[in-house]
Ligand binder design. Structure first.
Ligand code: CO
Length: 460
């Protein structure tokens, strides 16, 4: 019987796509032991936006969250998402910081690290892949999927071969916008296999446009080894296809899913009240859960769509959403068709919104967009608009080497910066990634500890 592996995304991508990663540990703590018993290949539970959100919004130490998950989920592989040289932040970090971050992730409980570069510039994932393997983890390389005049089957097969040469343990095809059709998935996976790629393949997609479940099914038919799904109450919309539905379908077709359907129901029943609480507090809106076929035109990933909406809402400009969504592909073309994945999705989204709201294109150019044009994120997949490049660069030349090679080592400085609060590498990494946010978090943590001590003394 052909086996299909399942990666459950409820704790990371579903959480991030549907409720802006606001699920506190306490909400999912009771379900962890049940998730561990269901037969998943892996639980995607860390990385992506969870780290930032823990520190910024939830007053949680992300490292402690990981250790707590690990202490309960003993049998299932824990997986995280890492943006290559960007780690979990929004710019490139020096190699020693990348290595320390990867090593600490594995030490604190991660088994599989899915590593991607927004531009598919593989120079930007090499160090993280190398360190994951050295630390004894499973390095999952990634093909970031997008549709553009310059992204075709040959280009993807070439990427797949390069990843195999890097000796990644598996290859994920990452369709963050949910725009990959069933036929495209079938053709791509078939092409990768026909090209002689034997590294296990994983498909990651979203339901945004309604294609997700069909795309997973055709991917399995083409021989994909693993699919990403979300437990049903937090599936669909901008999230992943429902775990139970895919399990039911594939089991009926004769696949060994390894999953226990009764256990899945138990997990879903436990997660329903969590979902309801986010519906009640307004975080989970019907719009996010709906099928949005416009994304087939705009190619806007789930997370990006919800970010754009909340940004425009804050500026009382939600009525301009349509215009901004029309501007997104124009900005993307000007930037040489970067895939719309973090951090490119934010950069393109903010620039498109700025172009629309200021009533003049590129009247103001975001700092990150300027850095991108200078080559600080890697090589643009296509050609950057000459006039725009000229406006940013003037007579300067863009960087063509690997940007991280221009950075000074950063760990000593990071350790020195947190010395007044902590001497752990984990805290230094939190600070290196999100300095002001981490500072606020450490200060609050210290305050809390002091109050607890005072309270104990008084009680004694
Ligand atoms: Co995703």
């Amino acid at each position: 019987m052909k086996k299909v592996l399942f990666t459950e995304t409820v704790l990371r991508d579903a959480n991030q796509s549907l409720i802006a990663t606001r699920m506190p540990f306490s909400d999912f703590e009771p379900v962890l032991a049940e998730l561990d018993k269901a037969g998943y290949y892996s639980l995607e539970c860390w990385g992506g936006a969870t780290f930032d959100s823990c520190l910024r919004f939830l007053n949680e130490d992300p490292w402690e969250r990981l250790r707590k998950i690990r202490s309960v989920a003993k049998n299932t592989k824990l997986q995280m998402l890492l943006r290559g040289q960007n780690l979990l932040g929004y710019h490139h970090y020096p190699d020693d910081v990348v290595r320390a971050f990867v090593r600490k992730s594995v030490e604190n409980g991660i088994d599989i690290i899915r590593i991607f570069d927004a531009l598919n510039d593989l120079r930007n994932i090499e160090v993280a892949v190398d360190e994951t393997r050295k630390a004894g983890g499973h390095a999952q390389g990634t093909i970031v999927y997008t549709i553009s005049p310059i992204h075709n089957l040959e280009a993807y097969v070439k990427l797949g071969k390069q990843l195999e040469e890097m000796q990644v343990d598996s290859i994920c095809i990452k369709d963050m916008a949910g725009i990959m059709s069933p036929k495209e998935a079938y053709d791509l996976i078939t092409a990768l296999k026909q090209a002689g790629i034997t590294t296990p393949l994983v498909l990651h997609t979203h339901c945004t446009t309604g294609l997700g479940a069909m795309t997973c099914l055709k991917a399995v038919e083409a021989g994909v080894d693993c699919i990403d799904t979300a437990i049903s109450c937090l599936s669909g919309g901008t999230s992943q296809p429902p775990t139970e539905t895919m399990e039911y379908t594939l089991r009926q077709m004769g696949y060994d899913t390894g999953l226990d359907a009764k256990q899945l129901k138990k997990i879903n029943d436990m997660m329903k009240p969590v979902k309801d609480s986010f519906v009640e507090n307004g975080s989970l809106t019907p719009k996010i859960l709906a099928t949005e076929t416009d994304a087939l035109t705009y190619q806007v990933p789930g997370g990006m769509l919800s970010n754009l909406m909340s940004q425009l809402k804050q500026q009382n400009a939600l009525n301009r959403l349509e215009e901004v969504l029309t501007e997104v592909p124009n900005v993307r073309k000007d930037l040489g068709y970067p895939p719309l994945v973090t951090p490119m999705s934010q950069m393109v989204g903010v620039q498109a919104a700025t172009n629309v709201l200021l009533g003049e294109r590129y009247k103001s150019i975001g700092k990150e967009v300027q850095a991108y044009i200078r080559g600080e994120y890697g090589t643009a997949p296509g050609h950057v608009d000459d006039a725009l490049a000229k406006k940013v660069l003037g007579d300067e030349q863009p960087i063509t080497g690997r940007y991280a090679d221009t950075l000074k080592p950063g760990m000593d400085e990071a350790m020195a910066n947190v010395a007044k609060w902590s001497d752990t590498v984990e805290d230094a990494l939190s600070y290196a990634l999100f300095p002001p946010v981490a500072e606020k978090f450490f200060t609050a943590r210290e305050e809390k500890a002091r109050n607890t001590v005072t309270y104990s003394i008084r009680k004694a």
